[in-house]
Design a protein around this ligand. Structure first.
Ligand code: NAP
Length: 213
């Protein structure tokens, strides 16, 4: 059975997955790059940004799980672009002509566009649909493989709240953001539905895995 998974969702100690003030110049708002520094220091992260090499320890092993067995991704409109990207016909996402998804990728937005076919196997499809319906469409496209919920925090929260996520990998980064897009709001006692494990690594982050019971 195809699973629904979240990987490498990096949050601050106070639970924010992005800072306030997302824009073309500051995609993660006032958080800057700090939520993902741990990942770009790994071999996996280095390959995403065209760097020569990165670490090969626990952070790298955890980060690489992001891609294993994934047949489609669902992401939120704010991950795909800065506020108002729907008004810019030239916008093709942050990732250039060869985005790192390599699968059908469903962007949830209240202002859907026709599909955008990119190089390397990624096609962006734009969906105005609730979590359950979007998951059905993505699962069909995933051809028996798993579906990743790619974030940001608000889309991840909606899918967790709807009881649709089987595996959650959250990376707690030791910074306090104070404001932004929060993951855990409205998810009180969610831990009761999951087996939870945690491991802290030398980089200072804590990997939390939550597997649905
Ligand atoms: N920390 C991490 O690991 C991580 C991971 C991924 C992304 N990010 C960052 O997180 C930020 C984005 O996260 P976010 O929480 O602000 O927003 P988000 O989850 O990316 O997107 C939320 C938006 O998606 C659209 N949407 C969501 N559900 C919908 C539905 N059911 N139907 C139609 N449209 C729907 C709405 O936009 P409209 O109403 O405008 O269409 C909504 O405002 C970005 O800065 C991104 O770079 C961080």
């Amino acid at each position: 059975m195809s699973r629904t998974r979240i990987h490498n969702l990096s949050i601050s100690l106070d639970g924010f997955g992005a800072g306030e003030g997302q824009s073309l110049e500051t995609p993660m708002g006032h958080a800057g790059e700090r939520l993902h520094e741990w990942m770009f220091a790994t071999g996996f992260g280095a390959s995403l940004i065209g760097a020569e090499s990165g670490s090969e320890g626990v952070d790298d092993a955890m980060a690489r799980r992001h891609e294993e067995g994934i047949g489609a991704e669902i992401m939120g409109a704010n991950k795909f672009g800065p506020p108002g990207w729907q008004d810019d016909p030239e916008w093709r996402g942050w990732w250039g002509e060869t985005p790192p998804f390599h699968t059908p990728t469903f962007v949830l937005t209240h202002r859907p566009w026709p599909p955008l076919e990119m190089a390397g196997g990624t096609t962006f499809h734009f969906l105005d649909a609730g979590p359950a319906q979007a998951l059905e469409v993505a699962r069909e496209a995933a051809g028996g493989l798993d579906v990743r919920i790619g974030g940001g925090a608000s889309v991840a929260r909606d899918f967790i709240a709807a009881g649709l996520v089987d595996d959650i990998h959250v990376v707690v980064v030791p910074i306090v953001l104070g404001r932004g897009s929060r993951l855990w709001d409205g998810l009180e006692a969610i831990e009761r539905d999951y087996d939870v494990e945690a491991v802290s690594t030398a980089s200072g982050v804590t990997h939390l895995t939550m597997t649905r019971r």
